[in-house]
Design a protein around this ligand. Structure first.
Ligand SMILES: [Zn+2]
Length: 231
């Protein structure tokens, strides 16, 4: 095999919280939620000066630590590149989050995320964000980078939406533009595609992704019942 074994030390560890192990475990869990079905979606973790990234086109629930790509964050060059896999097309999007201080970025193809982008377009137009308030689970989302605490029950959660492109990597420019326009956001929805959620560390990114997905599912069901998202 062309893959060099000397880089295996970067991904082989008995520690379940080592990023190569942690990404595999998280993706297996995300698969059961329908977030990474059919090889879609992905997860990336920043570990010191290294970025660990799940490969493209693999069944995310069956990955092994040795499937992981590892990139040097400063030089943006791969220090481990399994020859058997293609690098993730999400890589430049994950890097956009890490450049802004994230420790972990999760990309899902959640059907709730897709449906919410369609509902926002139909009811509020293409330029609108998803907005919701007075839902308890909003308290699982931080108020914004450099701000203390999470959103309060009476505060409004606002998630920008960008348009999908034919190729995942072509989303980078509009994702970065949304991050600049909404510096407090920890998530960006992609129309007819899914969502990118990031956090200061793995624990926070996972918590935020779960809280947001719960809210998106609730939002779809509220629409079905004719209930408004905001007062
Ligand atoms: Zn995707």
């Amino acid at each position: 095999m062309a893959e060099s074994t000397d880089t295996d030390a970067l991904v082989l560890s008995d520690d379940p919280l080592h990023p190569a192990n942690h990404i595999c475990e998280l993706c297996a869990k995300f698969y059961t939620l329908g977030w990474v079905t059919g090889t879609g979606g992905g997860t990336s973790i920043r570990h010191g000066d290294k970025i660990y990234i799940a490969p493209s086109g693999v069944q995310k629930e069956l990955m092994r630590p040795t499937d992981m790509f590892v990139m040097d964050f400063a030089s943006k060059s791969y220090v481990r590149k399994p020859q058997t896999h293609k690098p993730s097309a999400c890589t430049p999007l994950f890097l956009a989050a890490f450049t802004r201080g994230a420790g972990c970025c999760i990309h899902t193809h959640s059907q709730w995320a897709v449906l919410v982008t369609l509902l926002v377009e139909r009811d509020f137009g293409k330029d609108a964000c998803f907005e919701i308030e007075e839902i308890e689970q909003i308290k699982g989302i931080p108020r914004g980078r450099g701000k203390t605490g999470n959103l309060g029950y009476f505060e409004r959660l606002r998630i920008p939406i960008i348009e999908n492109t034919a190729h995942e990597e072509d989303l980078t420019e509009s994702l970065e533009a949304a991050m600049e326009k909404y510096p407090d956001t920890y998530a960006v929805l992609v129309r007819r595609h899914g969502i990118y959620v990031w956090g200061d560390n793995v624990h926070k990114a996972k918590t935020q992704c779960e809280s947001i997905d719960y809210i998106l599912q609730l939002a779809v069901q509220m629409k079905q019942l004719g209930l408004p998202w905001t007062k």
